[in-house]
Design a protein around this ligand. Structure first.
Ligand SMILES: CC(C)(COP(=O)(O)OP(=O)(O)OC[C@H]1O[C@@H](n2cnc3c(N)ncnc32)[C@H](O)[C@@H]1OP(=O)(O)O)[C@@H](O)C(=O)NCCC(=O)NCCS
Length: 210
């Protein structure tokens, strides 16, 4: 990312702290955290101020980065920021690997140790968490969350807003639908329809998605 990156991070929880570190590793500056809960305004988080969205807008900063884990809050926060005139940079940790032929959508954050291989397409506002592997030719939809150490085999497709839990594996050439929840540690061995929750090895449906 450019060293002109000066941003507010949306959210003031654990995930937002990690995102702030990703921004700094990429040479950027974090001005503070934006919270919707007014009781947190004026407090500090990870050594930086927590402010309202209005205060962030008034600061004149150009960039806004999501530190919200939930897809709904992430999508709404990024859309509100875009509507208010912020740019939504792609932020990639200095120790992540992104192939030159991969494409990442606005607002996507790639954490330390993640690898995104050639010709992968990653949508808007996606979290590629610590150590996750997005193999060649993957299609990852908008607002997906790939947890730490997730592995997507080659030519996997993951639909919008899907959560792939920590350490889960999706075998090559499979299609995981939209609004799916893949449990932590699961191994997905067949296609998953929209809206399902699947867990275990091999992954089996246990309920509906997010
Ligand atoms: C799959 C998941 C979304 C289900 O959450 P939930 O709807 O709250 O489901 P529950 O905790 O009520 O569990 C439902 C059943 O599935 C089982 N289960 C839940 N998660 C499981 C998992 N990852 N692997 C195996 N079984 C699991 C539970 O033991 C329970 O079984 P039971 O009915 O026999 O008691 C959640 O457990 C999970 O794995 N989330 C991943 C979170 C994550 O990694 N986020 C990334 C953060 S960076």
């Amino acid at each position: 990312m450019t060293d002109a990156l000066r941003c507010w991070v949306h959210g003031a929880g654990g995930h937002a702290k990690v995102v702030a570190d990703v921004v700094r590793s990429a040479g950027g500056v974090v001005l503070g955290f934006v919270e919707d809960a007014r009781e947190r305004w004026g407090q500090q988080h990870a050594g930086l101020p927590i402010v309202s969205f209005e205060e962030a807008v008034a600061s004149g900063a150009r960039h806004f980065v999501s530190g919200v884990g939930g897809h709904l809050g992430r999508a709404q926060g990024l859309e509100r920021a875009r509507a208010a005139g912020f740019e939504l940079p792609v932020v990639v940790h200095a120790r992540a690997v992104v192939a030159p032929s991969a494409a990442l959508g606005a607002g996507t954050v790639v954490m330390a140790g993640a690898v995104i291989n050639p010709d992968a397409r990653v949508g808007l506002g996606v979290i590629v968490n610590t150590g996750a592997v997005v193999e060649h030719d993957n299609r990852v939809g908008d607002y997906v969350l790939l947890g730490p150490n997730v592995s997507l085999g080659g030519t996997v497709a993951v639909g919008a807003r899907t959560l792939v839990g920590v350490g889960a594996t999706v075998l090559p050439n499979l299609h995981v639908g939209a609004d799916v929840r893949v449990g932590g540690g699961a191994v997905v061995t067949r296609d998953v329809a929209d809206g399902l929750t699947v867990v275990g090895v091999p992954a089996r449906a246990v309920g509906s998605g997010a």
